[in-house]
Design a protein around this ligand. Structure first.
Ligand code: FES
Length: 164
């Protein structure tokens, strides 16, 4: 990130000629720089555009693609749909939350994992389903889920990622 926060907001606002009707692309640009929408940047944007902060938050919260908190290196998605739920998704979620001291929707302190629960991902025959980044894991148990995540957090896996 070469620009200071103030410069970044200025650049983004100028890119759209200060048109607050272009709030969504502005937020997309901001998120593409930071990976999420930092609260202080949203305040600066509100001041610069002269629009209420609540309006910015209502847009940011309406679209699921916007993130208001930093994300982990790996996105862990647990299907909490009916079939996965019946097959133990809640126990898997609990195991992950306990192991990493997070709640669903949160990111681990080391910023390695962000856990989120979603509705049916359309693979009910494979329930319970966990998706890590874009890889689907089927028939997951609390133990196997923890093993999958432990493998990703191993020093070897992290070295591999740094080398990419
Ligand atoms: S309920 Fe989980 S894939 Fe359908």
């Amino acid at each position: 990130m070469a620009e200071t926060k103030h410069e970044l907001i200025e650049t983004i606002v100028e890119r759209y000629a200060g048109d607050d009707g272009m709030l969504i692309p502005m937020l997309q640009d901001l998120q593409s720089d930071h990976g999420y929408l930092p609260a202080d940047e949203l305040e600066a944007l509100s001041t610069r555009l002269g629009i209420p902060l609540s309006r910015i938050y209502s847009v940011a919260m309406f679209y699921s693609s916007f993130r208001l908190a930093p994300q982990g290196a790996h996105e862990v998605t647990l299907c909490m749909g009916t079939v996965c739920h019946l097959k133990g998704a809640a126990r898997i979620s609990k195991a992950i939350c306990e192991e990493y001291s997070i709640e669903p929707g949160e990111t681990t302190a080391d910023r390695l994992f962000t856990l989120q629960g979603v509705n049916c991902v359309g693979a009910c025959a494979l329930a319970p389903v966990m998706i890590v980044d874009k890889t689907y894991y089927d028939g997951v148990t609390p133990d196997s889920a923890l093993k999958i995540l432990a493998k990703l957090s191993s020093p070897e896996a992290q070295d591999e990622e740094r080398a990419q």
